[in-house]
Design a protein around this ligand. Structure first.
Ligand code: CAA
Length: 240
């Protein structure tokens, strides 16, 4: 029987690579997305992945979205909280709106989605949750107090929830990607990005597939003793 996996922000960037890797490994995949219908259509057509539209920052939409996934594909065994946004600005220029949007989506979304699948996982005595944090949640980043706080929050959330899930067959882990070749990183000003890449010992940006590889490892049925951990996949940029 195929396990059912939900990947938030699963139709492009790192999320798309995760959705595809899970599908290729035999999972029934539901790729969630918030706004880009065109990219979701391409993802569905190209990979044959079922896409579902809802905003992870909205609690009610998450509950409704998961109910739709369950009705279409079956109970959710695997959740990958990947959806994330940036609104980079120094504290001096950052608005309350930029703070709220990032915290509500990146960290609030993680809470909303875990709530939506948690009872089902408890009932069935099995679950695999992977939360996508960031090197910038571990080390901080100039111009990202909102993003770094939200991603750092994800790492704490993961360790707390892992303790609740451990006796119930549910593992909760995080991955902290470094700078990966995606639209999000492409939006970093080139002069800033150049300096960042120069500090990556491996000497290049990461590939989305290299994050997906970590997810597959963490969600495996035989990874039941692996919980509460953070897997850093960052080309050696931050050894933590
Ligand atoms: N450290 C120290 N000083 C810095 C700095 C840094 N990293 N970056 C910029 N500065 C300085 C500049 O040198 C400049 O100084 P002066 O005024 O003395 O010349 C000052 O800060 C202002 O810099 P900007 O002109 O760039 O200011 P801005 O307001 O136009 O933009 C910014 C600021 C939005 C933070 C911009 O620098 C930026 O986008 N930086 C990239 C932030 C980043 O790395 N985001 C990661 C996105 S990808 C991601 O988040 C994925 C993931 O998980 C890894």
């Amino acid at each position: 029987m195929s396990r059912v996996a939900v990947v938030t922000g699963g139709t492009r960037g790192i999320g798309e690579a995760i959705s595809v890797a899970l599908k290729n490994a035999g999972y029934k995949v539901a790729a969630n997305y918030a706004g880009n219908d065109e990219r979701a259509k391409q993802c569905a057509e190209k990979h044959g992945i079922t896409c579902f539209k809802w905003d992870v920052a909205d609690y009610d939409q998450c509950v409704k979205g998961i109910a739709e996934v369950v009705a279409k594909l079956g109970p959710v065994d695997v959740l990958v909280n990947n959806a994330g946004i940036t609104r980079d600005a120094t504290l001096k220029k950052q608005t309350r709106k930029q703070w709220d949007e990032v915290v509500d989506t990146n960290l609030g979304g993680c809470f909303n989605m875990c709530k939506a699948v948690w009872d089902g996982m408890l009932d069935r005595g099995f679950g695999r949750i992977v939360n996508i944090g960031s090197i910038n949640g571990q080390a901080g980043q100039y111009g990202q107090v909102n993003y770094a706080a939200a991603k750092s929050g994800i790492h704490g959330f993961t360790k707390a929830l892992a303790q609740e899930g451990a006796p119930k067959g549910i593992t909760v882990n995080a991955i902290a990607p470094g700078y990966i070749d995606t639209d999000m990183v492409a939006a970093v000003p080139p002069n800033v990005l150049e300096k960042i890449v120069a500090r990556i010992p491996v000497g290049r940006l990461g590939k989305a597939d290299e994050i997906a590889r970590g997810v597959l490892f963490l969600v495996a049925d035989d990874a039941g003793f692996l919980t509460g951990s953070t897997m850093s996949i960052n080309g050696g940029q931050h050894m933590y």
